[in-house]
Design a protein around this ligand. Structure first.
Ligand code: EPZ
Length: 424
């Protein structure tokens, strides 16, 4: 069922059935989105293994609004971009999807001007764009961010910029803005998430000239144009981890294939530290429950630290562990809303003021008790569904529109593994 036909906002989860079996990983949302945002730099593209997510459809809609022609179906984005126009990406888009602010860089690089609406913050934090804009300015652009819109103008970026913190989006925007530089651009203290390497591989495959001076420094030497390219999107490391957590939480065993274990080092170490059995193959990971879970300390950070996008998932295991855990969110300034819902299910949660939480299992010997819970962002939605699968009685999870932003067929995959989840 295409995500566009998914209108059900609520699921009912009954029973505490363990999950067993094998499931494949979707294409990476956080790789596909910046690749789509980079497309104004290319004349033509065919992207494969693109996940069917609402966020992806929004980005394709933006490209068509700019004048791209083509299709997105069956996981393939095929677009002709030769007649692209430089139109402002209004707040209608950037409010819907922050990643649409990534068009700033590619429009600036292609047309010498990028205009986007200021994206709203979201439930996980304020999410400013100051590093993006300071970077453009440092490299020679004129930036105007008054009146809720942003306009960036330049006749070619050149020079050095050191990111004050390794922002993923800022790194991606600055790379795209520099591809057609009249000279060269050096970016220091860049983000090093796998999605950054994939964007560089994609652009170099289309004829860009981007080299790593060291793991945290990029040099972009300007080229005249890029060529059409075919490219396969890497597996979604966050979806893979979410499915592995579902297996361990339900006292089962889940094998996730078509994934890249090397992208999951920190999260898999956390699973093992909690007492799960983790087996790793070349392109698969299997996580199994083998006995009571132990509490651990986890602090999210920039890659390769424990990813913030895995924080809500691991908090469910912490709410089941025999001993207390400490969870610290150091990337976003408010990504704990799901803990309120866990508390309503009986977990013991104490949030301290430095974005840390002490999480302990429910005092109830039956563990957490199912109830109606809400979702506030996509990782929270997936995590509440896992919480429902391990709670006594029936759980109703609401506001699933967030789930469809980042997870393709999540409910269907869980049911194929033995869950009892029904749309309402
Ligand atoms: C990307 O967001 C991901 N989204 C996020 O995934 C992920 O959580 C995040 O990187 C961190 O890994 C996509 O790739 C589409 P950042 P991004 O710029 O680029 C601050 C999910 O669940 N910051 O690395 O927006 C910012 O406020 C989503 O799939 C500034 O202060 O993240 C945050 O605290 C959620 N100024 C930190 O840096 C800026 O100009 C990391 O943000 C930019 C960022």
């Amino acid at each position: 069922m295409s995500v566009l036909t998914k209108t059900k906002e609520t699921v009912i989860i009954s029973g505490q059935t363990p999950l067993f079996g094998t499931v494949t990983t979707q294409g990476s949302k956080n790789s596909a989105l910046p690749l789509l945002a980079a497309l104004p730099l290319l004349p033509e593209v065919e992207l494969t293994n693109v996940p069917d997510l609402t966020d992806i459809h929004v980005m394709v809609d933006v490209l068509k609004y700019l004048g791209a022609t083509g299709t997105f179906s069956e996981g393939v984005v095929k677009l002709d971009l030769r007649n692209l126009m430089n139109r402002p990406i209004s707040a209608d888009f950037t409010d819907q999807l922050r990643a649409s602010s990534l068009f700033m860089g590619s429009l600036l690089g292609k047309f010498g001007e990028g205009r986007v609406g200021m994206p709203g913050g979201c439930v996980i934090g304020s999410r400013p764009l100051d590093i993006h804009l300071n970077g453009f300015e440092s490299l020679g652009a004129e930036v105007d961010s008054t009146g809720g819109n942003i306009s960036v103008i330049s006749n070619g970026l050149e020079g050095h910029f050191t990111l004050p913190l390794p922002s993923v989006g800022a790194t991606q925007n600055l790379i795209c803005a520099s591809v057609f530089s009249p000279g060269e651009v050096k970016l220091h203290n860049i983000a090093i998430e796998p999605e950054i390497f994939e964007l560089v591989e994609f652009l170099n495959g289309a004829g860009a000239n981007i080299t790593f001076e060291n793991p945290k420094t990029l040099t972009i030497r300007g080229v005249k144009r890029l060529n059409p390219v075919q490219f396969n999107v890497q597996p979604d490391r966050i979806e893979a981890f979410t499915l592995l957590v579902a297996g361990v939480a339900t006292k089962g065993s889940v094998k996730v294939t078509h994934c890249r274990p090397e992208h999951l080092t920190a999260p898999l170490q956390a699973l093992e530290a909690m007492g799960a059995k983790v087996e790793v193959g070349e392109n698969w990971v299997e996580a199994s429950y083998v006995g009571p879970l132990k509490g651990i300390e986890v602090e999210t950070g920039f890659y390769p630290a424990f990813p913030t996008d895995c924080q809500q998932q691991i908090s469910i295991l912490m709410a089941l562990a025999e001993t207390p855990s400490i969870l610290s969110e150091k990337v976003f300034n408010s990504r704990f809303r799901h803990l309120d819902e866990l508390r309503n299910m009986g977990a013991q949660v104490k949030i301290t003021n430095d974005n840390s939480a002490i999480i302990q299992r429910s005092k109830n010997e039956k563990g957490m008790i199912g109830c109606t819970v809400d979702s506030y962002d996509l990782r929270g939605a997936a995590s509440m569904i896992i919480a429902g699968m391990v709670s006594e009685g029936v759980t109703t999870v609401k506001t699933l529109r967030y789930l469809y932003r980042g997870y393709e067929e999540f409910i269907e995959k869980l049911n194929r593994l033995g869950a009892e989840i029904s749309y309402r």
